[in-house]
Design a protein around this ligand. Structure first.
Ligand code: ATP
Ligand code: MG
Length: 262
């Protein structure tokens, strides 16, 4: 397995956000984590990438126990991610944003200073080549000099993916990559995710758009209230009563909240 968790658990006061999850993600392909709002999907990604510490359990990545490793060391081993809420450096250009993916420990301003030096070393020239390749992969190479903040929303999402890809990760984690996209953009994004997976990285994604998930994924893990209630092929997931119930339950709860004026 490329990534495996055992009994992975994160508690917050009064709730268990991730409850004894055992993921087993093989090398290669596209894998999904789904579940209703608040099911623990983002917390799971935060645990995997080292942004949140587990209350219990362990994480193995690329044959190594990474449970105690800080985020930047996991990144160095080949984990890269995007965020549910876009996190870009608003004052930097598109190309500079991608370069930050190669220097995860540099903050925005020293990097910008570095980039303005008249003489680039060979290393930096190589970094720029890699960044351009990542931009070409996601289809926004023509915007490299634009300010990130001026990109169309869908292109900002693509930029985040380029920034994650530039480090040539073994595992790419995408947290709701299709959020806020229209149907045409979502179809194009699915095509991009397929191309990325075909080019090497294993993809693990969280997404609410079921058409997107079911059409793309080799395996799907379903969370509900932090618990992993089912894992299987898209076809098996669709046929599983416990999954249908989890989603119906969540929808009903939302309706009740509306009915109560909350
Ligand atoms: N730092 C925190 N402190 C307290 N509770 C938290 C914290 N982070 C997450 N939670 C809670 O943990 C649960 C899982 O949250 P999480 O964001 O992981 O869900 P999610 O599946 O990503 O939801 P969504 O689909 O809405 O993005 C929620 O009840 C949330 O309120
Ligand atoms: Mg989330």
């Amino acid at each position: 397995m490329l990534l495996a968790t055992q009994n992975l658990t994160r508690r917050y006061a009064g709730l268990v956000a991730v409850d004894a999850v055992n993921l087993a993600i093989p090398q290669g392909g596209i894998h999904a984590v789904i579940g209703p709002n608040g099911a623990g999907k983002t917390t799971l990604f935060n645990l995997l990438t080292g942004l949140v510490e587990p209350s219990e359990g362990s994480i193995a990545f690329a044959g190594q126990d990474v449970t105690a490793l800080p985020a930047h060391k996991r990144a160095a081993l080949g984990m890269a991610r995007t965020f549910q809420n876009i996190r870009l450096f608003r004052g930097l250009t598109v190309l500079e944003n991608v370069l930050t993916g190669l220097h995860p420990r540099l903050s925005a301003s020293p990097l910008a200073t570095l980039l303005r030096l008249p003489s680039f070393r060979a290393e930096e020239r190589h970094a720029i080549e890699q960044a351009r390749a990542a931009l070409a992969m996601v289809g926004i190479a023509q915007h490299e000099d634009a300010q990130a903040v001026n990109l169309a929303y869908g292109d900002q999402r693509r930029l985040e993916i380029a920034r994650a890809l530039v480090s040539q990760p073994r595992l790419l984690l995408l947290d709701e990559p299709a959020a806020g996209m229209n149907p045409a953009e979502t179809v194009a994004l699915a095509e991009l995710v397929r191309r990325i997976a075909a080019s090497g990285p294993t993809v693990l994604l969280v997404e609410h758009d079921m058409g997107f998930v079911m059409g793309l994924s080799d395996s799907v893990a379903v969370l509900n209230f932090g618990r992993q209630i089912f894992t299987g092929s898209p076809r098996a997931v669709r046929a599983e009563p416990a999954v249908v119930e989890a989603y119906l339950g969540a929808r009903l709860a939302a309706k009740l909240r509306v009915a109560h004026g909350e």
